[in-house]
Design a protein around this ligand. Sequence first.
Ligand code: NAD
Length: 228
Amino acid sequence: MKNVVVFTGAGVSAESGISTFRDHGGLWEKYKFEDVATTEAWIRQPKIVLEFYNARRKEVIQAKPNRAHELISKLQSYFNTWVITQNIDNLHERAGSKNVMHLHGEIMKSKSSINPNIIYDVKNGEIKWGDLCELGSQIRPHVVWFGEEVPLMPLALQKVSEADILIITGTSLQVYPAAGIIFNANKNCEIFLIDPGEVSTHSPIKINRIKEKAGKGMEMLFEKLKLD
Ligand code: NAD
């Protein structure tokens, strides 16, 4: 079986009703990222940060996987597939994808604020101020904030370097180090980029561009690859 890596971003969940960050109407028009998605914000105003992620979690619980998530999951029937996502939602898993790597964490989980290896499922959809880990410190969302390390990056780069086909969808490729993943593709890798917007890649390898939303674009890709 060929190795396929699907690299996804916020746009793949847009058709499920979850806001992207940078698009018109996106979250960064309503919030400043430095107020809710940085360690400084967590130190300065932890209750606001918890509220922001509790609201995001509520959206995720109400959302359903869309056609793109379904087709991405279907790739497993044909290929040895890895989904590397920048998304913190769980829609890939809910659509049936098995090998999912969440580079930026998972909204449905929390972690200790003093030991990142202590991870819990979020119960009742909310993390409250005063919810403590077993070491007695406040728990925080299990997400990677701007400026924090991306611990899964080495594994992601390895999977991309082994890929015969790399499918990139729903990402503006502006958030590093995740966006740099494309440069790890080997020279024989076939790359497809599905996104309705303008995305610049600077990739030395030829990119097959499908300028469509993720659902329609994935359907077109299935036709191109002669999958049913
Ligand atoms: P981004 O907001 O920077 O870019 C979104 C991209 O999606 C754009 O290129 C846009 O053209 C494209 N897009 C919009 N609608 C689309 C559709 N229907 N189909 C396909 N593409 C569509 O998002 P990013 O590149 O993922 O980076 C932002 C960061 O925000 C990531 O780290 C991610 O973790 C986080 N984020 C996650 C979620 C989520 O978990 N669902 C939501 C918002 C942001």
